[in-house]
Design a protein. Structure first.
Lengths: 99, 237
């Protein structure tokens, strides 16, 4: 149960830059206009980020692609937890069958 | 449109449940990997509480060596977590009323807390009770599960066979649907973001694909928007 000083320094360095990325958006946003193209861009940001994170994962293999499409269709009907359970179960089954 | 703090705490707990289910196995795997790299449970707790950013922690553990490559780890964390700048910029106005709690809200900002809050902001204002219930619950489970992972890690040898790595994309796909505002407005955003993210992911090492995809998405939104404004002037046939 010890903490190595070099490891701690690395953890602190990671923590500081990570906090800077978190607070930077708040500081910039206070100076941004409330309407116009910048507003349109900010409003589009949530779906744009979500899709950018997910698209390479979903297209990383046939099993992930099938599960991704199934998840998308299920999400119209099921609550979030149901989507997660069925998505995870489907990936596990497909990997068992074809993996 | 105000709800009681207690109701918001309840709404937060209900909303955060699926991400907790996704995050716990992820944190257990992180802990197991950290043990394999020689990090102690105390070091795991220090990293999870000070950095508190899952993807960058997992990549950091992959890069870890003795002595720790401080500059490389910090630069990696910066690149992987740059997406927080975009998330914070989008969330900022919606939590302007947090006042002095804003720096703490920033510290607890994660993909999951951000996505759930943005989703909630579509229907109603984000209260302090809702945000901090979601964010602190994730923080608590992250600490406990990542430290547990260092202690029990040896038993989790093939977590991908259980499909647990798919919980995170499943949550994001379901949440992304909540932002759908019609094919003309949201369609170009999704197509541009997905296309650029996939291309950059395949060609550029590191986490640039999230930034590149998100930027492509918002450029598409801006380019698609002006066509809608003048269209309103034309009378319907």
């Amino acid at each position: 149960m010890t903490i190595d000083p070099v490891n701690l320094a690395a953890i602190l360095a990671m923590g500081i830059v990570t906090y800077l990325t978190r607070i930077a958006g708040f500081l910039i946003a206070d100076r941004l206009p409330k309407s116009g193209p910048v507003r349109v861009a900010l409003d589009a940001l949530p779906p744009a980020v979500l899709v950018a994170v997910v698209a390479p994962i979903v297209l990383s293999g046939p099993i992930e692609a099938v599960a991704g499409i199934a998840t998308l269709l299920l999400a119209f009907r099921l609550p979030l937890i149901g989507v997660v359970v069925v998505g995870v179960g489907l990936v596990a089954l497909l990997r068992l069958a074809f993996g | 449109m105000t709800t009681s703090p207690l109701a918001d705490v309840r709404a937060g707990l209900i909303a955060v449940f699926p991400p907790v289910v996704a995050v716990v196995p992820f944190a257990l795997i992180l802990g197991q990997q950290a043990t394999a790299k020689g990090l102690s449970p105390a070091e795991m707790l220090a990293m999870s509480s000070i950095v508190f950013a899952g993807s960058s922690q997992l990549i950091a553990v992959g890069l870890w060596s003795q002595p720790a490559p401080i500059a490389a780890l910090a630069l990696m964390a910066l690149l992987v977590n740059l997406r927080h700048v975009l998330m914070g910029a989008s969330l900022s106005g919606k939590i302007a009323h947090f006042g002095r709690l804003r720096p703490l809200a920033a510290f607890l900002l994660t993909d999951e807390a951000w996505a759930l809050s943005e989703r909630r902001a579509i229907d109603q204002p984000i209260s302090r009770a809702f945000y901090f219930t979601v964010a602190l619950t994730l923080f608590g489970f992250w600490q406990v599960a990542s430290v547990l992972g260092t202690l029990l890690g040896a038993h989790l040898e093939h977590p991908e066979a259980l499909g647990l790595d798919f919980a995170f994309p499943a949550i994001f796909i379901a949440l992304a649907l909540g932002f759908w505002k019609g094919a003309r407005r949201t369609g170009p955003v999704l197509v541009a973001s997905a296309t650029v993210a996939v291309i950059v992911h395949a060609t550029v090492p590191g986490a640039w694909y999230v930034i590149a995809g998100a930027l492509a998405g918002i450029v598409a939104a801006v380019l698609a928007a002006p066509r809608e404004a003048p269209a309103g002037k034309e009378a319907t046939p």
